[in-house]
Each structure stands twice: as structure tokens, then as C-alpha cells.
Design a protein around this ligand. Structure first.
Ligand code: NDP
Ligand code: HSE
Length: 445
């Protein structure tokens, strides 16, 4: 049978912004090769955007352009709805309505899936339709496919990733060019990397959404963003980036999920990573994800995590998958979260206080005898072992005659709850002169 003689599958695209425009353009440009891979054409026949004139200018004639996205969802001529509006509001309603109407859905909306995924996947399962979301995690890197299919033989042990291009871009610009935080953020927005609300990027929320999705797929647990620990980069100081370098580390915003004896760790925070690790050298808006599986060992996935065409690459990969699989019995398709819906695990997500990790501490202290002994004494009394200490000369930090200095301590692994106790005690010392900076450290060995 010549499958490429099948009629094209018809796609309705909601939201002609950065990703929507990229999706339309790449599909047009590579339509012949894509058709040969998919076995049939994939045609965007309807587009919805609030700005009809702008969308019309982007798609030209021959595609119906409407302002009301519900018209696309309700159209009997549409087989697949691509949701590229973003957010939890209208996007959620449209996705659920599309599923209810028996249409397959492709979305890049990690916020929606990380928060409402359980409801959306259950609705899709009931209706026998696919909800594909490769673009939702790490933009153009096919990490969902890798986790869900390529690594399916493995018991996955941990995942650590740079999964927010905006923050990695900001950290790189601050370190390499000495740019201010705000200037670097504006540039990331101009380049189309940032979320509509950039606080999602800089406060770690976007990375939290993405690591939540990866965690669900890796460990067969429900998506539960509300259980993730999320800390962004807004409190990072340029001096910590410098001290980390002197100690042989880089600071990266990492999304981490790990299987440990008590349950699953699910967390996003700035982390010191040894400068010699490949992931420590991922710069700009690039993303990278390290996956540790019991059979395969360590694997690393690297590429553009944001931007118009890199993200379109992932959206179109989902469209091709659906074009190939939509006639298959739903029971024979790859499950949304890699595990069969009736075989999910109830492993609990740990509180941050239950996590074991190592730390970088920066203390502003009075430059006088006995200060270091008091601090290390508190750490020792709580069983926290020190890996390295860096004490700056007072005049290096504050100029000639300065009476205070920076004390940097790297610790070995300890329970976060213990570290919280230690920090409360150390902070109360009269010789500790400013709030202590604590950054977690991941060796990723
Ligand atoms: P944009 O803001 O560039 O595009 C969204 C588009 O949707 C805009 O054109 C907007 O119009 C339109 N829109 C808003 N409300 C409606 C509505 N009710 N009906 C129809 N159209 C509407 O966002 P992006 O393309 O950057 O992001 C889209 C999704 O992809 C988000 O979920 C985002 O998180 C995700 N994503 C984005 C990446 C990126 O690099 N940008 C990478 C990976 C995922 P208007 O401008 O008039 O409001
Ligand atoms: N705002 C996101 C980022 C877009 O910067 O990574 C890609 O999901």
C-alpha cells in the first residue's frame, strides 16, 4: 500500500506567536520531507489568533484565519488541534474541548500540563485521543521521546537539567559579559525565549513545570507541580558566581528529580556544578538534560531549549507521530506518561527538608579571631562535615582597613533539615553580619 497517497491530516493551530509562526514556517518549508516521513501530508488549514491581521500576514492566503479559537476546536474539518497560546486559562478550556470533540492535541504548554495534566491525560485516555507535548520540555531537544521510548528498558535513577533557556542566558551574560540581571533579561525577552510572564522563568517556575513532567515520565508518578520545591535566580549575587569559579564550579539553575529510598526528589534551584562537567559548560539559551539509567548509565541531551523554530521542530515531531499513529488502537500507542495509566506508582514526593545534598555557604563575618572556629563548631555539632573553606582577606573584600570579610564554606552531603538548623544557629552569632547565602551543590557524578 502506498501510504503517502492518504489524504493530508488537517491541523488547526491556536496562537500565531513565536512558536505558532515557527511551526507554520517549518511545516511549509519542509513539507515534502515531512510528508515522506509521516506517510501523508500534514496541513495547517485553520489558524486562530486574537490579532487576525498579523496572523493573516504570517500564513498568507489559503488558510482560514479566525479570532475565535473555539471555531477551530469545533470544526469537523480539523483532526489535530495545536495549542500554542499558553497559560492555564483559555488554553485549558480549549484543550479539554478539543479532547471532548475527539481531536488529538499537540501543546507546548508545560504550565498547563504540569498543573492540570492529570485531568487532561485522563480525559484524553477516556476519549482515546493523544495529547503530545514534546515541545513542553527543553524546546527542540527530543527529551520526552528519549525518556518515554528510548530509555524504556531502564530503571531511571535521576535527571538533572538546564531546562530554562532564559535563566541560563541571563547567568551566561552576567558571567561572561558582566551584564546586569535586568539588561540580560530584557535581551532574553527580545529574543523570544522568555515566558509571557518572565517571573515564571527567573523564579524557577517554568523549570519546575518541566522537571515535573520529566519526573512523571521517568518514575511513573502523577504530575504534581504543587509538590515541587522551586527557587529561582533572583537572589544570586555576582560575587557568588565569582567565588564558585574560584572553587572550580559554575552556578546553573538545575531542575532535578531523583529516586531515593524514601521517595522522589523534585526540585529546582541554583546549583554549583563542577566546572569540568559537560553540563556546566552549557551556555546562553541552550538546554541540556542528564539522565542516569541503571542499564544505559549516564546520557546527555543538548540543544536549543527555546525559540521559534527549535520549538517548532518538537511540535512538528508530535504532529508526525500523530499522523502515523492516529489509526492505531489507543491501547497500542505509547502511554502519555510512559507507564500504562493503571500501572502508575504512588511513590511520594519528598519535602525539601528531607533532601540530602551538599552546600556552598557565604557568610559576611567580622574579621576577628575565633569566628571560623565558632561557625565550624556549629556545623560539627550537627554532624555536617566540611569539604573546603575559602576565607578572603578583609582588605580584598572591603578595601584597606576593612573589618569584615567573606567566609565561603563547601560542605559534604547532609540533610537539608540539618542545614536549616545549622544556618539558624550560625545566623544568630553576633559576628555574622548579613544574611547567609546558601546555594546547593550537585556533583552529578
Ligand atoms: P506568544 O505569546 O509569542 O504567542 C501566543 C499567541 O497566542 C499570541 O499571538 C497571542 O496573541 C495568541 N493568543 C492569546 N490568546 C489567544 C486566544 N484566546 N485565542 C487565540 N490566540 C490567542 O507565545 P509563545 O509562542 O512564545 O509560546 C506559546 C506556548 O509555547 C506557551 O505555552 C509557551 O510556554 C510555550 N513554549 C514557548 C517557547 C518559546 O521559546 N517561546 C518554547 C517552548 C514552549 P496576542 O499576542 O495578541 O496576545
Ligand atoms: N521561557 C522558556 C525558556 C521557553 O526560557 O526556556 C522554553 O520553554
Amino acid at each position: 500500500m502506498k501510504s503517502i497517497n492518504l489524504s493530508p491530516i488537517r491541523v488547526g493551530l491556536l496562537g500565531m506567536g513565536t512558536v505558532g509562526t515557527g511551526t507554520f514556517n517549518v511545516l511549509q518549508r519542509n513539507q515534502e520531507e515531512i510528508r515522506r516521513r509521516a506517510g501523508r501530508g500534514i496541513e495547517i488549514t485553520m489558524v486562530a489568533d486574537l490579532d487576525v491581521a498579523r496572523a493573516r500576514a504570517a500564513v498568507g492566503d489559503g488558510v482560514e484565519v479566525v479570532a475565535d479559537a473555539r471555531k477551530v476546536v469545533a470544526s469537523p474539518d480539523i483532526d489535530i488541534v495545536v495549542e500554542l497560546i499558553g497559560g492555564y486559562g483559555i488554553a485549558k478550556a480549549l484543550v479539554l474541548e478539543a479532547i471532548e470533540a475527539g481531536k488529538h492535541v499537540v501543546t507546548a504548554n508545560k504550565a498547563l500540563l504540569a498543573v492540570h495534566g492529570t485531568e487532561i491525560f485522563a480525559a484524553a485516555h477516556r476519549k482515546g485521543v493523544m495529547v503530545a507535548f514534546e515541545a513542553a520540555v527543553a524546546g527542540g531537544i527530543p527529551i520526552i521521546k528519549a525518556l518515554r521510548e528510548g530509555l524504556t528498558a531502564n530503571s531511571i535513577q535521576w535527571i538533572a537539567g538546564i531546562i530554562n533557556g532564559t535563566t541560563n542566558f541571563i547567568l551566561s551574560e552576567m558571567r561572561d559579559k558582566g551584564l546586569d540581571f535586568d539588561v540580560a533579561l530584557k535581551e532574553a525577552q527580545r529574543l523570544g525565549y522568555a515566558e509571557a510572564d518572565p517571573s515564571f522563568d527567573i523564579e524557577g517556575v517554568d523549570a519546575g513545570h518541566k522537571v515535573t513532567l520529566m519526573s512523571a515520565i521517568a518514575f511513573g508518578i502523577p504530575v504534581q507541580f504543587d509538590k515541587a520545591y522551586v527557587e529561582g535566580i533572583t537572589n544570586l549575587a555576582a560575587q557568588d558566581i565569582r567565588y564558585a569559579e574560584q572553587l572550580g564550579y559554575r552556578i546553573k539553575l538545575l531542575g532535578i528529580t531523583k529516586r531515593v529510598a524514601k521517595g522522589i526528589e523534585l526540585r529546582v534551584h541554583p546549583s554549583l556544578v563542577p566546572a569540568k562537567r559537560l553540563i556546566a559548560n552549557v551556555e546562553g539559551a541552550m538546554n541540556a538534560v542528564v539522565v542516569q539509567g541503571d542499564a544505559v548509565g549516564t546520557t546527555l541531551y543538548y540543544g536549543k531549549g527555546a525559540g521559534s523554530e527549535p520549538t517548532a521542530s518538537a511540535v512538528i515531531a508530535d504532529l508526525v507521530d500523530i499522523a502515523r499513529l492516529h489509526t492505531a488502537d489507543p491501547g497500542h500507542r505509547v502511554p502519555h506518561l510512559a507507564f500504562q495509566p493503571d500501572a502508575m506508582s504512588d511513590l511520594s514526593v519528598l519535602l525539601m527538608s528531607e533532601v540530602v545534598t551538599s552546600y556552598y555557604l557565604r557568610l559576611k563575618v567580622a574579621d576577628e579571631a575565633g569566628v571560623l572556629a565558632k561557625v565550624t563548631g556549629i556545623l560539627a555539632s550537627l554532624g555536617i562535615s566540611i569539604d573546603a573553606v575559602l576565607q578572603r582577606e578583609a582588605d580584598e573584600v572591603g578595601g584597606e582597613g576593612a573589618t569584615q570579610t567573606d567566609l565561603i564554606i563547601l560542605t559534604h552531603d547532609c540533610l537539608e533539615a540539618r542545614m536549616n538548623e545549622a544556618l539558624a544557629e550560625i545566623q544568630a552569632l553576633p559576628t555574622v553580619l548579613a544574611p547567609i547565602t546558601r546555594i546547593r551543590k550537585e556533583e552529578l557524578a
